[in-house]
Design a protein around this ligand. Sequence first.
Ligand SMILES: Cc1cc2nc3c(=O)[nH]c(=O)nc-3n(C[C@H](O)[C@H](O)[C@H](O)COP(=O)(O)OP(=O)(O)OC[C@H]3O[C@@H](n4cnc5c(N)ncnc54)[C@H](O)[C@@H]3O)c2cc1C
Length: 388
Amino acid sequence: MGSGHSFTAAAATEGVLIRPDRLGGIRAIDPKAGTVTVEAGTRLRTLNMALAQQGLSLTNMGDIMEQTAAGATSTGTHGTGRASGAIAAQLRGLELVTADGSLLRCSATQNPEVFAAARVGLGALGVVSALTFAVEPMFLLAAHEAPMTFDRVTATFDELHAHNEHFEFYWFPHTDHCNTLRNNRTVGPHAPLGRFRTWFEDEFLSNNVFQALSSVCRAVPAAVPAIARITSQGLSARTYTDIPYKVFTSPRRVRMIEMEYAVPREAVLDTLRELKAMIEHSDLRISFPVEVRTTPADDIALSTASGRDSAYVAVHVYRGMPHQRYFAEAERIFVAHEGRPHWGKLHTQDAAYFADAYPRFGEFTALRDRLDPDRRFTNAYLRTVLGD
Ligand SMILES: Cc1cc2nc3c(=O)[nH]c(=O)nc-3n(C[C@H](O)[C@H](O)[C@H](O)COP(=O)(O)OP(=O)(O)OC[C@H]3O[C@@H](n4cnc5c(N)ncnc54)[C@H](O)[C@@H]3O)c2cc1C
């Protein structure tokens, strides 16, 4: 297991569980080669901070940094990017302890068939012991957040995606309001949010106030549309410039559960409009925004962006609120658009579905048969998604 941040039972076991707590730390940084090698259990926070001290950074990442390097890559964790993909797509090498106890190193040139699969390996191919990521000299990102109507975001989505290195947006169900986030490289100057503003907006409003409002919504679901309208109208624009991990990530303390599917990028607007219509024509009361992100196609067998430019649509529910009907209806829409679920977020798909959804599914399962014929590394989740 990694840090236990998956919503699926990907890391749950009825057998022996290996915790990575003592397999953390930076093994080597090679600024000339532009790589860093970390022990598999290293938290992304530790990695980001160690790189920053050396004047280096990952190119792209998701929205928190509590996960381990191996856990995040193994399920295809991603942020948003026009040209830069998931964290696993930034790997240059990987070290695996396989079922027979041997150490297997892989990269684009060494055991390339293992590298093609093991970067998003779901824990099924062996114990990842170390990972080598591509890094680049530290850079600054100018972050621009601005509210926008649903119609305007969807009408200009292709431009917003094409004109920004990292574009994403949130739509607030029961309203026509969205919040857009555009992050682009800049030469500076460094102009971070002040300490008070960071605390007030990213901690107090995004966590404490949101937590309190979510609790009200859970107690009085009928109040959700009115609260959504008030809070989404209160959004205001903000602009700042900071180093990548301080722009990409923020604390997320409000407990929720999540489903996220990758659809072909060209299908994302239809997917979202159908999701909006479904919510509007139902009696569902959804208090969490829907998040839309993108990544370019990559070459990893079971990456959600394998072989196709992708957009991600994520639906969330506050912990303790019913999610079954919302997620089932959303999943029906995602599946109709050839969606591929995030391996670490709720879904109901099985091996038969994935064999269709991933052209390289057979390549992965053949490697699993070769590396772990006796299924030393398996659990109920893997039996469902990969087959016995
Ligand atoms: C608040 C929150 C925010 C999130 N934000 C994002 C986001 O922005 N983008 C996104 O894509 N996802 C996001 N996620 C999902 C999360 O990134 C993934 O579920 C990720 O896999 C969790 O990493 P972990 O270290 O907790 O791994 P775990 O959940 O503990 O394990 C995940 C998988 O990795 C395997 N694994 C772990 N370590 C090893 C190892 N050493 N060798 C072999 N297999 C291993 C496990 O067996 C399991 O299959 C978020 C989740 C939460 C709770």
